[in-house]
Design a protein around this ligand. Sequence first.
Ligand code: LRH
Ligand code: MN
Length: 384
Amino acid sequence: MDITVQLRAQRIETPSWAYGNSGTRFKVFAQPGVPRDPYEKLADAAQVHRYTGIAPTVALHIPWDRVDDYAGLARHARELGVGIGAINSNVFQDDDYKLGSVTHPDARVRRKATDHLLECVDIMDATGSGTLKLWFSDGLNYPGQDDIRARQDRLAEALSEVYGRLGEGQRLLLEYKLFEPAFYATDVPDWGTAYAHCLRLGDRAQVVVDTGHHAPGTNIEFIVAFLLREGKLGGFDFNSRFYADDDLMVGAADPFQLFRIMCEVVRGGGLDPRSGVAFMLDQCHNIEPKIPGQIRSVMNVQEATAKALLVDRAALAVAQSSGDVLGANAVLMDAYNTDVRPLLASLREETGLDPDPMAAYARSGYFETIAAERVGGAQAGWGA
Ligand code: LRH
Ligand code: MN
């Protein structure tokens, strides 16, 4: 398929929480013009789609995006030219979840957590979302603190109940993370654990690869290739990091890694919209302006994808099958070292977009407008 056709079909989902204030345990820096509610977050996300043309859906996080009328919120999104994407559960910010949520030793707490996950499926019904994204902060800080195996039993039980609640066209994505907030053992720490639980659940359970959730030195593209081969890659939480779960702009810390990941996505058929792989951003713009940060991030994924699509697959196959190690590596590096910005600029022009989304957004005056209008009220944030 022609590269421009595949690039035009690319879809990247932005996270509602990227438009709110965020930070670290040391400080959350407020910024002018930050949204005060999910409606304003959607308006900001619509700007990212307006200038990139490939970010038509927004992931929500509950309760950060709780509203009285979810169908109304979805209508508002449509009026803005975007749609509601994945619904993210949150069982990591309630005092009851100190020792775990669905893995907690106390059945009352497990019931409370599972009911929240079921509420998120109700919200999927109301918004027309087809994807439930589950991340569990559940884990241990000290050896012996709880029974590792028993916690897996509790997790499996909750997942099975939620899986059974999914309706037509709905699926659940299970996200893993090596550590934080737990610092000894995390109940879903790696792709293998997530994969095993998803296999046990069924076809509508798949794994999310958050690019910031691995031990340093992990070959993430291998995990991507493996999960794609198994039909168990549900999607990505794209971001980048230098050290831990830094949630920086995707491709900022390691553009070559992002390219290698997109090479395996292309190779495994994951770019085909029918594959169902969700390309979501999961980032926090702690110090940089948020809407431009999202625009830049979408462009980083687009550039990595264009480079991956430029890999001369035929030449690569010949070099690989003939054991031409340097030749094969050179084929990939030729694609990586290709400047795809002119190609993407002309692609935008062909689709009626400004070739330079960042400059176009800056010229629009949107930021000045929201900075002036959004005075008063409580700015959105993680509320941790
Ligand atoms: C956990 C995580 C998860 C979200 C949260 C915002 O680190 O990656 O995907 O729920 O960030
Ligand atoms: Mn994530």
